[in-house]
Design a protein around this ligand. Sequence first.
Ligand SMILES: [Zn+2]
Length: 573
Amino acid sequence: MSYLVLARKWRPKDFEGLVGQEHVVRALTHALSTQRLHHAWLFTGTRGVGKTTLSRILAKSLNCETGITPTPCGICRACTEIDSGRFVDYVELDAASNRGVDEMTSLLEQAVYAPVMGRFKVYMIDEVHMLSGHAFNAMLKTLEEPPPHVKFILATTDPQKIPPTILSRCLQFNLKQMPADSIAQYLAHVLEQEQVSFEAGALSLIGRSASGSMRDALSLTDQAIAYSASNLTLEAVQGMLGSVDQTHLIRLLQALCDNDAPEVLAVADALATRGLSFKTALGDLAILLSRLSIHQHVGAIDDEDATLNPEIGQLAQSLSPDLVQLFYTVAVHGRQELSLAPDEYAGFVMVCLKMLSFSANRPAAEKKTLKSDPNPVSPSEPISQTAPVVPVESVEPNNEAVATAFESAQEPESVLAPVPAPQAVPEPAESLAATAGADDVVGQWPVLAAELPLSGMAQQCVLQAACLGFSNDELRLIVPTDALAKGPHLDRIRQVLAQRYGAEVKLTVIVGEVGAGLSAQWFAEEAEKARLAAAVQTLDEDPFVQALIQSFGAQIVPGSIKPVTASLNPPNT
Ligand SMILES: [Zn+2]
């Protein structure tokens, strides 16, 4: 016995077998039982949703030897011949390849003759929107005064391209894309009948990959049967579709959550070594993020993929809902733009790093509680040089986040310079020499550190360090990491200090926790937060932005706002 592919073998032969198009079936069944028959139907819908299948069932209903019926017998000559594509009075024409006026004219010439065997001549014109203008005109005449024995079934994926004169003469039905779980259910039914073993997860994956098309789903199932030697496990189907094991994606999201760039790249490498498609990976990531978002809003989902719920639950707690939304947008757009990337790996990595930068740039209040300093001090020069320019009339930075660190240091600025201007600052030392030996080096260290002419590791070291003391020509610093505490960069710092101080300076660097308000970096970060908060507030108060939000549903993506530096953008008068 020859093998018949599933898509053909399981093509529904009656209205009852048609999955997911109940609304169309109901209307047609009613028309057939009451014999109120239109002479032209138009079926619209994306490919593979069942337009041709529906057309054949309708042709049988009209021509079954048992009479016009919503339940054709399936065994009479008309029924069997239509099923096998041999019925003389049922003509399927593909307008994509027969789009000219000549083909249409010869078809319509045949239409005037009475049917050879059946009750009606049924013409099915697929992809009807492809017909030329002349062909449409030729058809229009017949549609206006159709012979009583002629029925037209038009099908299209693009109804917009059909002239309104034609549309107005058809009874239109829009066939829906089949939901993934309906497809999976139907596949389970098919495989039970075919006595093929399967895992539910494998069928959900096929259901999702088929994008609403039952025909594609059945073809994929056929391939999966061959690929997996008749044992449809999730793993086999993932392998066949080149789809990505969710654990990689969970790992990726966890790394994004932890701000762990090396781990993000490690996941990309892991996908590359397995030869998996990055396009599919981004698609799967978007699906995972949508599950994550649903989880955040309504709780755990109970379906075939429910095994992932614990991991998703954990991520749902660590990532804020709007960050999940943002990741989703980045994944979807990144997937679309993957073809523009020099290669898929580079494209994928850039998408991940983009997410990482959004994740890393979250306003501090959202990721962790802002450190509050009862006696805020701010260095003056190095930081206020990069004042933001925000195009508004005036801004009063009274945001909470600003208030914490800069409460006493704020003053509303006028046009084009809403800078949180730090004021309550200790007088910066001119140089180490000026204050050598003085205890207040500790307090002024952040300013001094920012002034030292250093770069690279040496600069990072002094910027991240707090000063523990300066006495007897010994400068004692505390830094947050081992890497900063030792290495050749310390010599460079000694050199620069000696130049400044005019004598050898002994440098001692230890590792430990650098307290808030003690390092130059802390101030730089606080200033950045304040500028960001001011920029956010400016946007919040901007009437134009508000108008966009109200009129067009625009949304400001949290974390995407960046203050512009003054030096790059001098204010215009
Ligand atoms: Zn029949």
